[in-house]
Ligand binder design. Structure first.
Ligand SMILES: [Cu+2]
Length: 142
């Protein structure tokens, strides 16, 4: 199609009104052929353990009742550069700590607290509370 565009070009030099046409055809051809290789968009797929993905942001809501963590602690895969938005609600005052991300937040009883964790360094990091010591999930950045 590059050849087509190049040979078509000299013939329409006089046709000033249609100058943009070959360019439009080239762009159209590129869009059509390029579009074939990309898969259909995936708007908000729901993964395991309550994780909801939207583009490069994953969301997970965690509830703590006493010593019970819902959903049950699991590993959440986070691609490098992606963000995990973690919303934690506890039935008691506590401290929320995301290892490796060096994020610490106070948890107020019944108040949802949002942590935004962006994967910068590959590794496995635990997100926990301190009172009592509970592991909420493990974030695997890769
Ligand atoms: Cu800690």
């Amino acid at each position: 199609m590059v050849t087509l565009c190049q040979t078509a070009l000299p013939r329409i030099v006089a046709m000033r009104a249609f100058r943009a046409l070959p360019y439009a055809v080239c762009v159209l051809a590129l869009v059509v052929t390029g579009g074939c290789s990309s898969s259909s968009p995936d708007p908000g797929s729901s993964g395991a353990g309550g994780v909801v993905s939207t583009g490069s942001v994953k969301r997970l809501a965690v509830t703590i009742t006493g010593t019970t963590v819902t959903p049950a602690p699991a590993q959440v895969d986070l691609p490098l550069g992606s963000t995990l938005e973690l919303v934690v609600t506890s039935d008691h005052d506590d401290e929320l700590h995301a290892h490796g991300f060096d994020v610490e937040e106070a948890l107020k009883s019944g108040v949802p607290t949002t942590l935004r964790l962006t994967g910068k360094e590959p590794g496995s990091y635990e997100v926990e509370t301190h009172e009592p010591a509970l592991t909420l999930l493990t974030v695997a950045v890769r």
